[in-house]
Design a protein around this ligand. Structure first.
Ligand code: EPZ
Length: 425
């Protein structure tokens, strides 16, 4: 397995181009199942998760290819198979996003329950509940959820769960509702920018969705959706990750294409820490003063502080002058990075869903293990700031969600390289 080797201490300076958003591209790719005619998607990031979704879609009769411009051209050629198998879903939970489109277009689907992952339990009860409200009948069969419906009919659906809204449940129900008969209103819908981007794509294909980006989304069902072109929105989590990296290395970087309006909670937090964040003509400009102030952070559904940046900001606060408090309200077990950051000298004390971060002067490079996508990103950022060399194993976690991260960081002065594992393990 490849590893990343980082020699810490370099300040990040220059410009990084932000890629398209993984968490917008994945449901948008799933939505192509419902669409007649060719679709052209631009700014789709070249990630392991995207390639995995294209493999799943191919098994579901959806052909795709990247053309010479990097755009992905997609066309449904066969509607027979409706089974998203465990072998694929267990590798990538976002595969669950094919459930709504398959039910809406092919009237039946069999999707493996994703089970748990490194960040905790990943239930799909809200997805099933929302699709049942549209008229689906569900059955659990040896770890798979089977859904079928003669037709789908719009309804007024509450999608709030024990941890607030659900991003992919909102995506699944919204997608299915576009081809249901009549009006659907989703209450307690996720407000994430990736949901807005999905809705905008569906509307370009002839759907009739309003309210995307608010907790109430209204969908008027239509007969069919037809192919369109769409450019995927910039990835706010990739941008936020690099903002933290600039702060940790006292750098000065322009994040080209980043949407500052999608980063309000992150900007608020970084400014309270003492980081300068401004809107530039090419994107978001981030520079860091020498001192970092401790803060209190609680992760929330959008527009609150994103859980996908919790690990990264923990690495940053490990270097602040004083004690910070981080509380994880979305995935209470999302703390696998605590042990690895501690190996680098971070002073962290976990109390249930909260971690007390006692700032230290320096982090020290070490051999560490990546565990999940965002925890791996946090270890890279820690390595950039640490004294000495850090080696990060199981880099495949990073490749799921960050496009060419070592090239992007090296391009702004980081001393980072990928060491290929020739053994092929
Ligand atoms: C999406 O996951 C993102 N993934 C995650 O990003 C992100 O962390 C998460 O939203 C929260 O923002 C994609 O968009 C592909 P949820 P999702 O359903 O939709 C509970 C990354 O690193 N819940 O919004 O799976 C759930 O357990 C990934 O890019 C139920 O209780 O998350 C969690 O506590 C990681 N029942 C909370 O809701 C359900 O039926 C939010 O989960 C569904 C969810």
């Amino acid at each position: 397995m490849d590893l990343l080797e980082i020699v810490g201490g370099n300040r990040l300076k220059g410009a990084i181009k932000i890629s398209g958003a993984k968490n917008a591209a994945l449901p948008i790719l799933a939505a192509t199942i419902m669409i007649d005619g060719e679709i052209v998607l631009r700014n789709v990031p070249d990630l392991a998760d995207v390639r995995q979704m294209l493999v799943l879609l191919d098994k579901l009769g959806v052909r795709s290819e990247r053309d010479e411009t990097g755009a992905i051209r997609i066309q449904v050629v066969d509607e027979m198979n409706v089974h998203a198998e465990y072998e694929l879903v267990s590798k990538m939970r976002a595969s669950v996003c094919v459930m709504g489109p398959l039910l809406a277009k092919r009237r039946r689907t069999q999707v493996s329950m994703p089970g748990g992952c490194a960040i905790g339990d990943r239930p799909i009860g809200l997805h099933v509940q929302g699709l049942e409200a549209l008229g689906a009948e569900s059955e659990l069969l040896s770890g798979d959820v089977l859904l079928k419906a003669k037709k789908l009919k719009g309804d007024h659906i509450f999608l709030g769960g024990p941890f607030g809204s659900s991003v992919t449940a909102t995506a699944n129900v919204m997608m299915a509702a576009t081809l249901a008969e009549g009006r659907t209103v989703i209450e307690s819908a996720a407000c994430e920018p990736e949901i807005i981007d999905l809705a905008n794509f569906l509307n370009a294909c002839g759907a009739r969705i309003i309210g995307q980006g608010t907790p109430q989304i209204t969908i008027e069902g239509v007969e069919r959706l037809t192919g369109a072109e769409h450019r995927v929105v910039a990835d706010r989590i990739e941008a936020g990750t690099f903002m933290v990296g600039v702060a940790m290395t006292n750098g000065d970087v322009t994040l080209e294409g980043a949407r500052l309006d999608h980063l309000c909670a992150v900007t608020d937090c970084l400014r309270r820490i003492g980081v300068i964040v401004e809107s530039g003509e090419k994107g978001v400009v981030v520079s860091s003063a020498r001192r970092l102030e401790p803060v209190e952070i609680t992760t929330q559904p959008y527009p609150g502080f994103p859980t996908d940046l919790q690990a990264q900001v923990m690495a940053l606060l490990s270097l602040a002058d004083g004690n910070s408090v981080i509380t994880e309200k979305i995935f209470p077990d999302r703390f696998l990075h605590v042990g690895e950051l501690s190996r680098m000298g971070a002073q962290l004390r976990k109390e249930g869903p909260t971690v007390i971060v006692k700032g230290v002067k320096r982090l020290i490079g070490a051999q560490v293990m990546a565990s999940d996508l965002r925890a791996s990103a946090a270890l890279i950022l820690a390595g950039l700031a640490a004294k000495g060399t850090t080696q990060i194993r199981r880099v495949y976690h990073i490749d799921r969600g960050y496009e060419r991260i070592e090239e992007k960081l090296a391009g702004v002065g980081a001393n980072i390289r990928r060491i290929k594992d020739e053994s092929g393990r």
